[in-house]
Ligand binder design. Structure first.
Ligand code: PRT
Ligand code: ZN
Length: 283
């Protein structure tokens, strides 16, 4: 049995459970429980505060965990990141009061910076030869400059609206973060095998999420050019339409490139373009 630690409640909680469910793993849903066993996969789930997950995994109480890369970098000694999961994207950034004039990192020389990420920040400052005083605080970092606790902050940003409403501006990104699966550096071979099975399913789900299935009709003489544009997993499926001289082409396309291709497809003669979701994708 593999033990996975996930966040009990918060920004990672729902999507962490969601990804397991997308992998076909059924977990009984008792709210308030600390642990639950999957009914159809050798997996036990521990529900914890995200800050505690690195320690639990490093100590071997859990074998793997889902948490923000920011937390892994801050406290994740003896952990390896085994898979990025593509959700809970954010960045750890330095921010200063909006009216301050900023011309570069030298601004921070001798300043006080409030943060919940003293390890990551100290390393960044050392690398850039900036000497500053860190005020390590655990929450509401964004109010520190306003109440005179610090000259600047280093905190997570996603939309930027928290910074904006506190009169701050982002001046330097230190780390890009997303949810990741972490594992203890060494796992027993049986657990490593279960982890591989889990990762196989997760990758199939993530690949499916990042791709779309595309179907279109095109005149036969346009098929080579469209095939070059839509190579698919191996090559597109081309089926004759009952109308002479026309074919239907089926392929797989990355969602992030699809919109930029659509004009080109139409220019090449594609018609009746359908784009649908893929449930799972095994590459
Ligand atoms: O209770 P527990 O300790 O488990 O949870 P928590 O309160 O420590 O963490 P939680 O649930 O807030 O965040 C969990 C993880 O989500 C973080 O470690 C990040 O990896 C990720 N994440 C993604 C974020 C954000 N986006 C985010 N925007 N975590 C926090 N924020 C906060 C940020 O600190 C700031 O206060 O949101 C505010 C900024 O958001 P914008 O949209 O205004 O820029
Ligand atoms: Zn936390």
């Amino acid at each position: 049995m593999l033990r996975i630690a996930i966040q009990k409640s918060g920004r990672l909680a729902e999507k962490s459970l969601g990804i397991l469910s997308e992998c076909g793993i059924r977990i009984p849903n008792g709210s308030g429980t600390l642990k639950a066993s999957a009914s159809n996969f050798p997996l036990e789930v521990l529900f914890l505060r995200d800050d505690d997950i690195p320690q639990y995994v490093a100590d071997g109480v859990a074998d793997v965990g889902i948490l923000g890369e920011n937390v892994v970098r801050e406290k994740g000694k003896n952990l390896r990141i085994v898979e990025p999961l593509g959700f809970a994207k954010c960045r750890l950034s330095l921010a200063i009061q909006r009216e301050k004039n900023y011309e570069g990192l030298e601004w921070f020389q001798g300043k006080r910076i409030a943060t919940s990420y003293p390890n990551i920040l100290q390393q960044f400052l050392d690398e850039n030869k900036i000497q500053a005083t860190l005020e390590a605080i655990s929450g509401s970092v964004e109010i520190a400059p306003g109440i005179g606790l610090a000259d600047a902050i280093c905190d997570l940003v996603s939309t930027g609206s928290t910074l904006y409403s506190n009169g701050l501006k982002e001046v330097q990104t230190i780390l890009e973060s997303q949810a990741v699966i972490v594992a203890k550096t060494e796992l027993e071979p049986e657990k490593e095998t279960i982890l591989d099975q889990l990762l196989f399913r997760i990758r199939a789900y993530i690949a499916a999420r990042e791709h779309k299935y595309i179907l279109l009709n095109a005149p036969n003489d346009a098929i080579p050019a469209i095939t070059a544009l839509l190579p698919g997993m191996k090559s597109p499926t081309v089926l004759p339409l009952s109308e002479p001289g026309w074919s239907s082409l089926h392929s797989v396309v990355r969602e992030d490139t699809f919109w930029s291709m659509i004009d080109e497809l139409k220019r090449l003669g594609a018609e009746g373009i359908l784009v649908t979701k893929i449930e799972k994708m095994i590459q």
